[in-house]
Write a protein that binds this ligand. Structure first.
Ligand SMILES: [Zn+2]
Length: 248
């Protein structure tokens, strides 16, 4: 994007100035790898850059200290740091996650391509990043789980009125008397066999709203290994990565 770039220094803060043909105004961005970059449009008076950096010093120092905190968090307790790779075992997808700091109050999430995710904006704000990752995961889970559940239902002759995906603490799924099936968002991190078991489990509740012997007979028709799968579900929380399970 840049036609030229050079280094600068202001109050002990080092930065790179990039002259961009596409930029319409000067802006600052920060990343843990490159530090501070000042992007300016062509024709921008370079002599104005130090004053610009100076005027944003409070923001720069704040972001710098969050980067430092992230680094020590990563070194200390790996689980708390935001993910660089997300393994979505339950839907057979792997996504790399990039973070780009921009002088903005919010965080935007973009699918750059297959398996490439980018968070941009106030990415030093841990909670904002988690919230947008969760929103994205929910959309992804709804999309993939809905088609899988509908396929399982139509092949096996079950009637489903609706499906929802929610992040829940203690239940993997539920089925209402009206045939609405709710699936826990955390299933997206589980082995596909267990995801399928939960779907079969809830689909069979559209026929038997209980855990009677007849209910389990029905489950066995579609998942002969249901007993082993049901036992595994009790320990399946361990498949959920720490960065995700730590929040609510
Ligand atoms: Zn049940």
């Amino acid at each position: 994007m840049s036609t030229q770039s050079f280094r600068g220094n202001s109050s002990g803060i080092q930065y790179i100035v990039k002259v961009s043909r596409r930029a319409r105004y000067a802006r600052l961005k920060m990343s843990p790898e490159e530090g501070l970059t000042v992007v300016v449009p062509e024709g921008f008076d370079i002599k104005r850059v130090p004053a610009l950096v100076e005027s944003k010093m409070e923001w720069i120092l704040k972001v710098q200290s969050t980067f430092a905190k992230h680094r020590s968090a990563e070194a200390g307790q790996a689980g708390v740091a935001l993910p660089e790779v997300i393994e979505l075992c339950g839907i057979g997808e792997t996504w790399r996650v990039g973070y780009r700091e921009e002088c903005r109050e919010s965080v935007k999430i973009t699918e750059l391509g297959p398996g490439e995710l980018e968070l941009s904006g106030a990415v030093s704000h841990h909670a904002l990043c988690l919230a947008s990752l969760e929103q994205w995961l929910k959309r992804r889970a709804k999309l993939r789980f809905e088609s899988q559940l509908n396929r399982l239902a139509s092949i096996n002759g079950f009637k489903v009125s609706g499906i929802s995906v929610r992040k829940q603490r203690s239940r993997w799924g539920s089925c209402s008397t009206r045939g609405n099936i709710n699936l826990n968002l955390k299933l997206i991190f589980l082995p596909p066999l267990l995801v399928r078991y939960i779907m079969i489990h809830e689909l069979c509740h559209t026929v038997h709203m209980n855990h009677s012997a007849r209910y389990w007979e029905t489950v066995a028709l579609y998942d002969p290994d249901y007993a082993a799968h049901d036992r595994e579900m009790k320990h399946a929380w361990r498949f959920v990565p720490a960065w995700f399970s730590g929040t609510r």
